[in-house]
Design a protein around this ligand. Structure first.
Ligand SMILES: Cc1ncc(COP(=O)(O)O)c(C=O)c1O
Length: 342
């Protein structure tokens, strides 16, 4: 039995078009001078996000780390929504390598979303010489561990304005910014307005085997390039993977299909008497009585989900069809109790 893998949108296989583009990629040495395919990818993403320049990096974690290193000096405080990826899922590199003192902001405005008033309050006013300096607001849209929650455009603007008023720089972890944009029927550039840096992933939902881009001003990206090299992230004939990234971008108009797939899963679960929340994007976070037991039973039934705290996380992606979702529901039906049905 083929298992239906809903653990993450990173489990996709490179498509045949992607593999063909990788094989045919025009390449150069991206560490010595720029690789031509990298240049094309960086230009296209910077334009799409409305920022001056972009830099390819191997992973989202490295993109966030480089951005934090750009903005922070050792001992500087940064603010981020509670359970942000940069706080709990990047091995503490924000502190270890970027030197940041993290402060998590509770979700007062909604799932995954702090309010502008919280930003103002947490940034504080300059205290005596021995107090922390708060330098950065790090946002996450969509917010992974809040179940792919979207920060609406107006709220994004208000958060950026609050940060600016408090002299904070703004970094956006936009691993799934295109999902946030698709959910609001907006161009992604509407959700990057006012940020200093943004990190976006090509390997989440879009199907690329690897790769993220950090975007910002030209001088910031020149410095980011130095930091990338310092971290061992400079690659030589990077055009091979950039070519896959360019093909991945062609999937952007189809993101709503993934939102519909996970919504169909949530609605099917509701039909079993399970109080599944209706997902905003491609992630369903389902609180269950015993996540470990439920995940194991599902795995045995041929449906893979990941455990996130007391919940199971299901994520739709391009390698799943509507028929796969229907089949997943058939396999989940006998386990409704474990999934929280009364
Ligand atoms: C919101 C968010 N940011 C950053 C990352 C890190 O990306 P990568 O796994 O490419 O390092 C992830 C990975 O799932 C993520 O969900």
């Amino acid at each position: 039995m083929r298992s239906i893998d809903l653990r993450s949108d990173t489990v996709t296989q490179p498509s045949p078009e992607m593999r063909a583009a990788m094989a045919a990629a025009e390449v150069g040495d991206d560490v010595l001078e720029h690789d031509p395919t990298m240049v094309r990818l960086e230009g296209r993403v910077a334009e799409q996000l409305g920022l001056e320049a972009a830099l390819w990096v191997p992973s989202g974690c490295m993109g966030n780390l480089i951005s934090l290193m750009l903005h922070l000096e050792r001992g500087d405080r940064f603010l981020a929504p509670a359970q942000a990826h940069v706080l709990g899922s990047e091995l503490g590199t924000a502190a270890w390598l970027a030197g940041g003192m993290p402060e998590a902001l509770a979700w007062e405005a909604g799932p995954g979303r702090p309010s502008p008033a919280q930003v103002t309050k947490a940034a504080g006013s300059p205290g005596p010489y021995y107090t922390l300096r708060t330098k950065l607001l790090c946002l996450e849209n969509t917010h992974n561990f809040a179940g792919g929650a979207v920060t609406p455009q107006a709220e994004h603007r208000a958060l950026v304005a609050a940060a600016r008023a408090a002299n904070l720089a703004v970094h956006l972890d936009g691993a799934r910014i295109w999902h946030a944009a698709a959910a609001q029927d907006l161009p992604a550039s509407a959700l990057t307005e006012g940020v200093d840096t943004v990190q976006v992933c090509l390997s989440k939902g879009l199907g690329a085997p690897m790769g993220s881009l950090v975007c910002g001003s030209k001088p910031a990206m020149a410095e980011a390039r130095r930091i990338r090299k310092m971290l061992g992230g400079g690659v030589r004939q990077g055009g091979v993977v950039a070519a896959a990234g360019l093909v991945a971008l062609d999937y952007l108009p189809r993101i709503p299909e993934d939102h519909a797939k996970i919504r169909a899963l949530a609605e099917g679960l509701r039909g079993f008497g399970i109080a599944a929340p209706l997902p905003e994007t491609n992630i369903l976070l389902l609180p269950v009585p015993d996540a470990k037991a439920a995940a194991a039973a599902l795995e045995a039934a041929g449906v893979r989900a990941s455990i996130v705290g007391p919940a199971l996380r299901f994520i739709a992606h391009r390698d799943l069809t509507e028929a796969d979702i229907a089949e997943a529901l058939r396999r989940l039906a006998p386990h409704a109790r474990l999934l929280g049905a009364a």
